[in-house]
Design a protein around this ligand. Structure first.
Ligand code: SF4
Length: 200
């Protein structure tokens, strides 16, 4: 009958597993509006998308009664994305806490011993659910290690000699100690930490 998305907690990503698994095209990504779109005329209430969403943001109703009940639950849901997600490696930050302007970087590097900086741009953003929480990254390195995210344009990429985004640059005692390029998913967390550890 119909599918509902709780956009209060959904990260509304192009990589949504529900879109990928939907056999009828009832869920699709609208490139122009940058949002998941629902076409309930096509939904057959198979439930595949609901099973695919790990945070329960996709709900499927088989009857009008169920639809009303789920809609009410969503309308009254007090949660927001921030209750479920923290900033992630390889994804746009949800809070400004770790954000740094590229012009402030030099000053930070000169003042601190260990700095891990993630450079990213819009094209390098992966679905939040597949990314590594920054909390995990921060907790895995010495206390004097700072972590920042910097949005990077083509000119910055060139200056920093970065070929692929997202990229992590590790600074130690004011100098670049190492560079790691490309996206690492949550499954590759240990591999990424090992690489960063070589430079810390
Ligand atoms: S319930 Fe089935 S048909 Fe409907 S949106 Fe989900 S996957 Fe597509």
């Amino acid at each position: 009958m119909s599918v509902l998305i709780n956009f209060k907690i959904c990260d509304n990503a192009k990589e949504c597993g529900g879109i990928a698994i939907c056999p009828t095209g009832a869920l699709k990504w609208n490139e122009e509006k940058e949002t998941i779109e629902i076409d309930n005329d096509k939904c057959i209430s198979c439930g595949l998308c609901q099973n695919e969403c790990p945070i329960g943001a996709i709900r499927v109703a088989k009857t009008e009664e169920e639809y009303k009940k789920i809609k009410e639950e969503i309308d009254n849901d007090p949660r927001t994305q921030k209750d479920l997600f923290v900033d992630r490696y390889g994804a746009a930050p949800l809070s400004d806490f770790f954000m740094l302007d590229i012009n402030e970087l030099k000053d930070k590097i000169n003042k601190n011993n260990n700095i891990i900086v993630e450079f990213y741009n819009d094209d390098s953003i992966e679905c939040l659910l597949k990314s590594i929480p920054i909390k995990d990254i921060v907790e895995n390195f010495p206390d004097n290690t700072l972590f920042y995210k910097i949005e990077c344009n083509d000119e910055n990429k060139k200056t920093l000699n970065i070929n692929e985004l997202p990229a992590i640059l590790v600074y130690k005692n004011g100098e670049i100690a190492g560079k790691i390029e490309g996206y690492y998913s949550v499954d590759q967390k240990e591999e990424l930490f090992e690489k960063i550890n070589q430079f810390i």
